[in-house]
Every structure is written in structure tokens, then in C-alpha cells.
Design a protein around this ligand. Structure first.
Ligand SMILES: Nc1ncnc2c1ncn2[C@@H]1O[C@H](COP(=O)(O)OP(=O)(O)OP(=O)(O)O)[C@@H](O)[C@H]1O
Ligand SMILES: [Mg+2]
Length: 200
């Protein structure tokens, strides 16, 4: 059994987007997966799952309610609410992989690195922490952001997600970004998600 959590202090960075894509691709591979929507105020993933109708998804008021279910699933994906390091620590301690999506600006990257630093300071292994760059505007922007992350010593996925209106449209239809009708983008998002699944 594996627990993968999507966390960040900031909202709108792509936690739910990536959690949903990972759930869809794992489900396609016949992995017994649960998408745990731990943002009980927004319930974004739960509402999305009702449209897809195929991904098991449950809302949790407290992440502590997730752990007893661990034995029933091969993969639990935690879609966490945007919140501070303290709130994330409980998740980070239990999860096998903690993914933090982030934008590419300094204003995005610096606090994202601080968030991981706080987790490491609290005893979470650096090896469990992974950055994914999202909402990238250009190749150059992506490369500069990757250079920044490289210097921090944290792991990051070599594939970043571009900012695309079509990602929003496909999610509105209850699909994942890996199911986008455009071939090149679909290939890119699938490769990114495969990259995450490789970690388990
Ligand atoms: N690469 C992208 N291109 C375009 N839109 C995106 C991209 N990534 C995410 N979005 C959109 O941005 C919005 C916020 O994304 P998402 O819900 O995944 O963020 P979140 O980190 O879960 O936010 P919150 O902290 O509020 O739960 C959604 O409408 C989503 O479709
Ligand atoms: Mg969310």
C-alpha cells in the first residue's frame, strides 16, 4: 500500500488537478485506488469524481480518518487543502511520497522550498519530497525554475506542466488532464503522471 499526498501552502497550484490525474491513470492500470479529498470545505476532487463516476473518492474532515483505510487500497492519493507546514506534517509523516506543485516565480518557489525545509526540520525524509512545476508560461521559464530547484537539492520532476486553458475545460467535463484531446499535451501529462507512478 502506498500513500501519495499533494500538498502546498498556496491555493491554486495544481494539487487537485494532479491528484485527479494520478487517480485516473492508476485506476486505468487496475490499481485499487482511493482519492482522499481532505479539503472538506472545497471538496473539489469529490465534486469532480461525481462527474467522472469511476474514481473512488471520499471526503475526509481530518486526515487522521484516512489512515485506518490504508489496508483496503493499493494506492491512496491525498488531495490536501492549502495550509501551513504544521497542518501538513501529519500527512507528510504517513505518506510515502509528498508532492508539492509550484509555480515558477521566485514568489512561488521560495515559500515552496521553505515548506519542504520545515518538513525536513520536523523529521520528514528529504527523499520523500518531490516538486512538480505547474502553470509554466514558456520553456525558458521552466528551465530557470528547474535550475532554482536543482540548487535546493530537492527532487523535482523533469517534466513540467504548461499553463493551458484546455486543462480546465477537460476537468470541467470530469476528465483528467491526461485525457486531454490534444495529442502532444496528452503525451506530456501522461509522461508526468507516469513519472510520479515510477516513484512507488
Ligand atoms: N497547468 C494549468 N493550466 C491551466 N489551468 C490550471 C493548470 N493547473 C491547474 N489549473 C486550474 O487552476 C485551478 C486550481 O487548480 P487546482 O484546483 O488543481 O489547485 P489546488 O492546488 O488544488 O487549489 P486549492 O488549494 O484551492 O485546493 C483549477 O481551475 C485548475 O483547473
Ligand atoms: Mg485543491
Amino acid at each position: 500500500m502506498t500513500i501519495i499526498a499533494f500538498i502546498s501552502q498556496k491555493g491554486g497550484v495544481g494539487k487537485s488537478t494532479l491528484a485527479q490525474a494520478l487517480a485516473v491513470e492508476a485506476h486505468k492500470k487496475k490499481v485499487k485506488v482511493l482519492l482522499a479529498d481532505c479539503d472538506s470545505q472545497q471538496t473539489t476532487s469529490y465534486e469532480w469524481s461525481k462527474i467522472t463516476g469511476k474514481i473512488p473518492c471520499q471526503v475526509f474532515n481530518s486526515v487522521k480518518e484516512v489512515w485506518p483505510l490504508a489496508k483496503q487500497y493499493q494506492l491512496i492519493i491525498i488531495d490536501a487543502p492549502a495550509r501551513t507546514s504544521q497542518g501538513t506534517l501529519e500527512i507528510a509523516k504517513q505518506a510515502n511520497l509528498i508532492i508539492q506543485p509550484t509555480g515558477a516565480s521566485r514568489a512561488d518557489l521560495a515559500p515552496a522550498v521553505k515548506e519542504f525545509n520545515a518538513l525536513v526540520k520536523a523529521g520528514v525524509s528529504k527523499k520523500k519530497l518531490l516538486f512538480v512545476l505547474n502553470r509554466i508560461g514558456s520553456k525558458a521559464e521552466g528551465e530557470i525554475a528547474q535550475g532554482y530547484l536543482k540548487d535546493t537539492g530537492y527532487f523535482y520532476l523533469p517534466i513540467s506542466l504548461p499553463e493551458k486553458v484546455s486543462f480546465r475545460s477537460v476537468q470541467n467535463e470530469g476528465k483528467a488532464i491526461t485525457e486531454i484531446p490534444y495529442k502532444t499535451l496528452r503525451k506530456q501529462t501522461k509522461k508526468l503522471v507516469e513519472g510520479i507512478l515510477d516513484y512507488i
